[in-house]
Design a protein around this ligand. Structure first.
Ligand SMILES: *Cc1c(COP(=O)(O)O)cnc(C)c1O
Length: 385
């Protein structure tokens, strides 16, 4: 998109001179990839998220693929996935030859409905993927109970939720494995990138092999131990993140807690303003949760002509507000329809999809821009009824 100073996107990255200097330093060093920045970034993210191990990969999608691969699923095995998420959460299940089973979401938070997830569990179910939609952590107390009761792995898709906390425990310490994304619209960026964090050393080792062809010793380790010998023990991929990217990520991470505070302040301003706008309802936030606000999502009352989501989308875009919609229920995508998933599967998700819109949310969003968004959304509401 051509630069338009009045256009406010729904999300964007923040890069400063320290970030640039960190990348340049790696460019002048010996290792552009598979060097010391990988472990440094992994340790920093693991510490921040309360996990013992981090495994850096080159996208959030690769992180989900690595996590599922570490479970050694068989064709016919099933994984429960919420209907409202980015397609990658379910695609990763298909990558390993297993079958996604879509559970409905709670109407007020759009988080995985734990009771519906239980209804989806059968003899072939092996795992649950909990998506911390918009940055709100799922109900990990009930999810852990459910997973334990049925001997399932609990994977968190935390791509929206870096820095979020549930009962004062960070996302990253609440599931068996947690996937993060470092795409530019997410909390911190490496251009493209991702990471899985876990407390389980065996899973971490399996994912390190998986990201590098299924080989269990990397070039730097071979150099250090004076050997040319390596063995490929399983089929892996090249999903490695570079040192350039890890240096950027590590520099970005040092700003994350200030950024999170700013996101939460913007959300409070939006919440207070929209409490006075009939027909505009922000998603609910549960008690004992610290929300990371990757997205700020409101539901627009479908009954009002001016609040019809598609009309509101057009009106706001014309006002240079970069609203977006997250997401079409995954199984309604043509590819999933071809696989045989029928419309009507998750009624709450389908109803929510007709009414949701994501408003601009990123740390460098200025107060006057926040007020502009509030004014334009308020204008929609004024025509309500
Ligand atoms: C962004 C995202 C992903 C995928 O991350 P990439 O880094 O873009 O591959 C997966 N799941 C969710 C919920 C996401 O938002």
């Amino acid at each position: 998109m051509a630069t338009d100073p009045d256009f406010i996107p729904y999300g964007r990255q923040s890069i400063d001179e320290a970030d640039i200097a960190a990348v340049v330093e790696v460019l002048r060093s010996d290792y552009l990839t598979t060097g010391p920045m990988i472990g440094a970034f992994e340790s920093a993210v693991a510490a921040y998220t309360g996990a013992a191990h981090g495994v850096a990969v080159n996208s959030g999608t690769a992180a989900l693929h690595a996590a599922l691969s570490a479970l050694n699923l068989q064709p016919g095995d099933e994984v429960v996935v919420p209907a409202i998420t980015f397609a990658a959460s379910a695609n990763a299940v298909l990558y390993v030859g297993a079958t996604p089973v879509f559970a409905d979401v709670e109407p007020d938070t759009l988080l995985l409905d734990v009771a519906d997830a239980e209804r989806c569990i059968g003899a072939r179910t092996r795992a649950i993927i909990a998506v911390d939609y918009a940055g709100h952590p799922c109900d990990y107390g009930r999810l852990r109970q459910l997973a334990d009761k049925h001997a399932l792995a609990l994977i968190a898709d935390g791509c929206h939720a870096l820095g979020a906390r549930w009962h004062d425990r960070p996302v990253g310490s609440l599931a068996d494995m947690t996937a993060f994304s470092f795409h530019p619209v997410k909390h911190l960026t490496t251009g493209e990138g991702g990471m899985v964090v876990t407390d389980d050393e065996t899973l971490a080792r399996a994912m390190r092999r998986f990201r590098s062809h299924g080989i269990d010793i990397d070039a730097a380790q071979r150099l250090a131990s004076g050997t040319f010998r390596y063995e490929m023990t399983e089929l892996g991929y090249n999903y490695r993140l570079t040192d350039l990217q890890c240096a950027l990520g590590r520099s970005q991470l040092s700003k994350q807690s200030a950024w999170l505070t700013r996101r939460q302040a913007i959300a409070r301003t939006y919440d207070e303003a929209f409490a006075r706008v009939p027909g505009v309802t922000p998603l609910a936030v549960r008690a004992q949760v610290s929300h990371a606000y990757h997205l700020y999502v409101v539901r627009l009352d479908k009954q009002s002509p001016s609040l019809n989501r598609d009309t509101a989308f057009q009106t706001l875009r014309k006002a240079r507000i970069g609203v977006n919609v997250h997401y079409l229920p995954v199984y309604l995508h043509p590819y999933y329809q071809q696989l045989g998933y029928a419309a009507g599967l998750c009624p709450c998700a389908e109803a929510a999809y007709e009414e949701i819109i994501s408003l601009p949310m990123y740390p460098t969003l200025a107060d006057d821009q926040v007020q502009r968004v509030i004014r334009e959304v308020g204008n929609l509401g004024a025509r309500h009824g």
